[in-house]
Write a protein that binds this ligand. Structure first.
Ligand code: ADP
Length: 390
């Protein structure tokens, strides 16, 4: 009996000891597995974090705007560039905002909807007006493989390209327009001479004179255009500036317009202190002076006077070309420096103008890191001020 009890106790103790061992072993094994799992999880969450940081870095540095939307066209993700393009502060919370609310563009909303319904990528050009300015985007939209599918859109700002293209088209149209008139005149008069030659030599000379004037006008236009094109060619290096005494440059410019001034009996007064020097590109500086003086003569009546002066105003060289001519009405003042802009087209043409003179002066001022401005009143005369840093 006692032996039986002992056997039972012994078996129980053995079983207890055995189960303890097994549970310790299981616990150790579980702990090890748990540790491994924890480590694995920690690693994958660190990897996920690195991955997410990498993704943010890529999105943040992208020049294009990126926007990801869920199937209801609400925002899942945007990059800072798109916030900037659509005028949202970067810190503004836009997650879950609808695309329409974010972009105020029904066109963009429609494109996103099409991508979802057709499950196909699409491409479109988008035009927006932001505080009076035109903004142009090239938009690529593609299905986003989520469940249910969303849309990802990439927007590239092509406003500058569109503007350049517009300038190019306007330019070609302007040039053709400007050349058409002298070409037609030359054609008309040469045909007249050929078809019914005038018997009178005087009349023949008169026709030939008209042909010559129009050929000269075409030559001036092409010369001015080539000058402008050379300024606008970004591959050409800036012309080197050198220290030059200004008095001889003023004399050179006055000589160049002497003939036209004499023709109208216009007196030119020059005031340039001897010894005044500036860093300039000599021939371009003279060309700017000639263009301004030539205009002063062209747009003044006979027997008038023009004043040309240069002086140092602190660290700036101030050149003034002043006339008592027809002046410029206020509404045209801002535009006369544009290519081919003229207040009175017929008068400019008659005086041999090309509409490019002031635009060349503006370029020359810019090449010297300077400015050009005008102060003028219709009927009273004008003062053009060229300021160059000394
Ligand atoms: P243009 O060859 O026609 O003179 P510019 O570019 O030199 O071309 O000048 C543009 C326009 O500005 C002129 O057509 C003229 O209407 C106006 N303008 C320029 N200079 C003067 C001036 N001194 N007085 C009055 N109008 C001027």
């Amino acid at each position: 009996m006692a032996a039986g009890i002992l056997i039972i106790i012994g078996t129980c103790a053995g079983l207890y000891y055995f189960s303890r061992r097994v549970s310790v072993l299981i616990e150790a094994k579980l702990n090890a597995e748990l540790d491994a799992k924890t480590q694995e999880l920690q690693m994958s969450s660190a990897e996920a974090e690195t991955e997410s940081r990498r993704r943010d870095a890529i999105l943040n540095s992208m020049f294009d705007g990126v926007i990801a939307l869920d199937s209801s066209l609400n925002i899942i993700l945007v990059n800072p560039r798109i916030c900037l393009l659509f005028g949202h502060a970067p810190e503004k919370k836009v997650r879950n905002m609808s695309l329409l609310e974010f972009s105020h563009s029904a066109e963009l909303d429609e494109a996103a909807q099409t991508v979802i319904t057709q499950n196909q990528p699409c491409e479109l050009n988008l035009k927006r007006f932001v505080s009076g300015n035109e903004q142009h985007f090239q938009v690529y939209a593609a299905p986003l493989q989520t469940l249910p599918p969303g849309v990802v859109m990439v927007l590239r700002d092509i406003s500058r390209l569109v503007k350049l293209e517009q300038i190019r088209t306007d330019f070609v149209a302007n040039v053709s327009h400007e050349l058409r008139t002298p070409i037609q005149v030359i054609q008309g008069f040469s045909e007249t001479i050929l078809d019914s030659p005038p018997s009178d030599t005087e009349q023949l000379r008169y026709f030939a004179g008209i042909i010559k004037r129009n050929a000269q006008s075409m030559e001036s236009i092409t010369t001015d255009l080539l000058t402008l094109v050379s300024f606008e060619d970004e591959t050409t290096a800036r012309p080197p500036l050198e220290k030059a005494a200004l008095t001889p440059l003023f004399a050179e410019a006055s000589d160049a317009v002497l003939f036209s001034a004499r023709n109208k009996n216009i007196d030119i007064t020059t005031d340039c202190p001897p010894g005044l020097c500036a860093f300039v590109h000599r021939s371009l500086f003279v060309q700017a002076l000639v263009n301004l003086m030539d205009n002063a003569i062209k747009y003044s009546g006979n027997n008038s006077r023009i004043f040309v002066s240069a002086f140092q105003d602190k660290d700036t060289l101030l050149v003034e070309v002043k006339d008592k001519g027809i002046g410029i009405p206020a509404e045209h003042k801002d535009r006369i420096f544009e290519r081919f802009y003229r207040v009175d087209r017929a008068r400019s043409r008659e005086a041999g103008g090309t509409g490019l003179g002031l635009s060349i002066v503006r370029h020359i001022a810019l090449l010297h890191r300077g400015t050009i401005e005008v102060d003028s009143h219709a009927g009273e005369g004008s003062v053009f001020r060229l300021r160059l840093p000394l």
